[in-house]
Design a protein around this ligand. Structure first.
Ligand code: ADP
Ligand code: MG
Length: 253
């Protein structure tokens, strides 16, 4: 669990004169869910895409499973799973056909039904991608990251726009992927999500890492400064009310 699988050292990315990533360093441990948190424009997607070999860095070093990004991008590609932008799916193919297509691209032999089972979409095997609900689309797109049996998967805002039940359902899926031994790097705007899901988080702002620790430790550090929430915390919040009223079951089918 403590072995390092990704090491980023003094990573910088400029777009023209603009410094989007300003020399960040962090390690991701094998088998953890690592969160990159930060406001829009902080540099999260840029950082992920550089590690994914999809974007050129300006300077710095990146190692993935011991492979130097500068020397061995193809070795890195083989051991990572990346979510495609949704526009990357042929909308008129069935889920089974899409899996077969991706498996062919990766040169992998895979049973589509087994993969669909792992994301609870077996009953949608004959459905087209465009017919899926938002939560189902996300589950399918996570399934496609697993086709090449990667050591690491990258999820960039996988729960944005989902309803509370679908979001919770995705948390369970992501945890089960971690529990099966895959390292997960995720970005999210939802702090409740990062708190329950991530083993450690880096908070990034204007291209710099301003905090890095487990959610629990970061909260303790803030409390140690004397911070208190301004108002009395109730034992439930509006999301609890919503979940309680509408039930935990997924509504998308
Ligand atoms: P995040 O994912 O944290 O929202 P991004 O990595 O997408 O942030 O973007 C970081 C900054 O870099 C933003 O200010 C964004 O506008 C800028 N940026 C991202 N991609 C490009 C690009 N291809 N060309 C110019 N600027 C870009
Ligand atoms: Mg982004």
């Amino acid at each position: 669990m403590s072995e390092t699988i990704i090491s980023v050292k003094n990573l910088k990315k400029n777009y023209g004169d603009f410094e989007a990533v300003k020399g960040i360093s962090f390690d991701v441990k094998n088998g953890e869910i690592f969160g990159l948190l930060g406001p829009n424009g902080a540099g999260k997607s840029t950082t992920l895409e550089i590690i994914e070999t999809l974007r050129q860095k300006t300077s710095g070093e990146v190692f993935v499973n011991g492979f130097n990004l500068d020397d061995s991008p193809n070795e890195i590609k083989k051991i990572i799973g990346v979510q495609l932008q949704t526009s990357g799916y042929y909308p008129s193919l069935t889920l089974t056909e899409l899996i077969q297509l991706f498996a062919g691209l990766y040169n992998e032999v895979i049973d589509p039904n087994t993969l669909l089972d792992s994301v609870n979409l077996r009953d949608k095997a004959k459905a087209k991608y465009k017919e899926l609900s938002g939560g189902q689309k996300q589950r399918f797109s996570i399934a496609t990251t697993l086709i090449n049996k990667p050591k690491i998967i990258f999820l960039d805002e996988p729960t944005t726009g989902l309803d509370p039940q679908a979001r919770r359902n995705l948390w369970e899926l992501i945890k089960s992927i971690r529990d099966a031994g895959t390292t997960v790097i995720i970005t999210t705007h939802y702090m409740d999500e990062a708190e329950v899901l991530c083993d450690r988080v880096a908070i990034i702002d204007s291209g710099k890492i301003i905090a890095l620790n487990s959610p629990d430790k970061l909260i303790d550090e803030l409390v140690d400064t004397g911070f208190e929430r301004p108002k009395e915390v109730k034992k439930a919040n509006l999301e609890d009310v919503f979940i309680n009223l509408t039930g935990h079951v997924l509504r998308e089918d």
